[in-house]
Design a protein around this ligand. Structure first.
Ligand code: SAM
Length: 290
């Protein structure tokens, strides 16, 4: 049965804003450090006595993290065939990911199945098809904010795990700058794609409620937001656009709201060092057991 797609994600300015944010936040570097510590041990256990390894990436964006993780898995199990399924709602970012795969020599032996759609549509499609492909490793990196129903989404993707499989969720940490900003300004910020802000606290509460076993690892990060306090700085405005999920930070809020957001960013979400303001962007890497 064909599933009518509900909508696409990450359309318009959000893609360049996200790419700009990645260049300025060193977020991938911080994630990479965490996954390089955590995944070798996890992959050793996940891959033990497997004759094939199936990986599912949900909300993979341009695939930079996927390429690292697949290359690591491949280097650890060179004789085991690996498959990759990707569920990504943005056609632009999916195209970037395909281009990255095309120029990564070692990935040419891995067949990719691209599902350019909303994670909720993938879920409907899988359920309608009945023939359910299961996975050894599923990851949802910085994307859980965008799903409609946190509990149902985790339940569904956890149910796709094979024996010994792991679902890895990377999300902003409870009490990080993001958590404080988005929970202090819920009415102003949760108006577009993100309807309900979630940090690691909400994800862990959901796992506990469902009685799922998990491990938790820190992925500390911070980045320089000094420019955000200079209204004529393009860098500052572009960072604020992504941090508040708006096309134009300045046009989206009243001067009073902008001033209180900036005050919170400086005084509650950041630390100052050598005259610079560093935003607390700590993340958590949560591994849910199959
Ligand atoms: C913040 S980006 C993270 C991208 C990537 N995981 C990374 O860390 O670089 C969020 C990604 O999730 C995708 N996305 C958002 N909502 C989605 C949904 N419901 N289903 C599938 N992908 C979604 C966006 O298109 C975007 O690529």
């Amino acid at each position: 049965m064909a599933v009518e797609p509900t909508s696409v994600c990450y359309e318009g300015n959000i893609v360049p804003n996200f790419q700009f944010y990645l260049e300025h936040s060193e977020e991938h570097k911080a994630m990479l450090q965490c996954v390089q510590n955590v995944l070798p041990g996890e992959f050793t256990r996940i891959g033990a006595s497997k004759s094939s390894l199936d990986v599912l990436g949900v909300g993979s964006g341009g695939g930079e993290m996927d390429v690292h993780m697949l290359s690591l898995l491949q280097s650890m199990f060179p004789a085991v065939p690996i498959t990759a399924d990707i569920v990504e709602g943005s056609s632009k970012l999916s195209d970037n990911f395909k281009a990255l795969v095309a120029k990564t020599a070692n990935l040419q032996t891995i067949p990719f199945d691209w599902h350019v759609m909303h994670s909720g549509d993938y879920e409907k499609q899988v359920k309608a098809k009945g023939d359910i492909k299961k996975f050894d490793f599923i990851h949802m990196i910085q994307m859980i904010y965008y799903v409609d129903n946190l509990g149902e989404t985790i339940k569904f993707y956890q149910s796709l795990l094979k024996k010994n499989g792991r679902l890895m969720v990377i999300v902003e940490a409870a009490n990080s700058g993001w958590d404080l900003l988005w929970k202090s300004f819920t009415n102003e910020l949760c108006t577009h794609e993100i309807k309900e802000y979630r940090s690691s606290a909400e994800v862990i509460a959901c796992l506990k409620k469902q009685g799922l076993k998990y491990d938790e690892h820190p992925a500390p990060n911070s980045f320089d937001i000094t420019e955000c306090f200079n209204p004529s700085s393009e860098t500052g405005q572009r960072l604020l656009n992504f941090m508040t999920a708006q096309d134009h930070f300045h046009e989206s809020f009243t001067p009073e709201i902008r001033a209180s957001m900036l005050d919170l960013l400086r005084n509650k979400c950041s630390t100052e060092k050598d005259g610079k303001v560093f935003f607390n962007s700590d993340m958590k890497c949560i591994l849910v057991h199959g």
